[in-house]
Design a protein around this ligand. Sequence first.
Ligand code: PMP
Length: 286
Amino acid sequence: MPRIAYVNGRYVAHADACVHIEDRGYQFADGVYEVCEVARGYIVDAERHLDRLARSLSELQMAWPMHRSTLEIVMAEVVRRNGVKNGLIYLQVTRGVASRDFLFPADTKPSLVITAKKIAPAVNAKKAEHGIKVITVPENRWDRVDIKTVGLLPNVLAKEKAKAAGAQEAWFVDADGNVKEGGSSNAWIVTKDGVLVTRPAEHGILRGITRTTLFEVAAKLGLKIEERGFSVAEAKAAREAFISSATTIAMPVVAIDGAPVANGHPGSVVLSLREAFFDVAEKRLA
Ligand code: PMP
């Protein structure tokens, strides 16, 4: 089945899909995006992802590229046309195409690109079985990382650094030595008492949709959550550590900066959250 992308009103072959060189996403990273998990033929947590998209657009004074309900139909259509049962859907909105000028262009229509990709469930299951390694890097991003913009160069560099160190994610650490979040995920630990700890999302991190849904999963499992900062040292000494994102769900972290977390194997709490996630999340048949 050939991959199909949605680009500004058209379904086109993925290989031929392109936007104009004067798109502001290309020139200024003047755009926002969302990634939703597709699992067992369902788009997961679409409502929350679109609510966050609304917020991102509003914070940047950008218009919706189309009515929200139409966008939902197009998203499902892209998933369907690509035959994705498990994988992800990516959607990106930029301020549109305009002659290069820093100021917002007048009367420019936002650009919309939607793609979907198959990912075999076994790929993530295998990752979860072994857990992932993370490194820590000093925070060097702007202070509006609560907006999900396509300006991700610090994240790219941090994740590349992680790869060079044999790790799969980089955790940004603030000036006080507290973990903020990963390059493309939120960061969590489990204390010796079995309490989940994750940084408050009011400021300085992206409010992950998976993070939000995990609060509900934790409640269902009778697990307590504390929203507070935690240091790298506390994470290294924790009972468990893990990351969350739409593409990884809850994924065990087994090493931080080369030091094993607990016995260096995935913990039982994160695996139980992972197991219960799909049942709790909102599911929309594509
Ligand atoms: N933080 C950052 C910086 C991210 O890029 C992501 C993934 N988009 C997340 C957190 C997790 O967000 P979500 O659970 O919505 O995928």
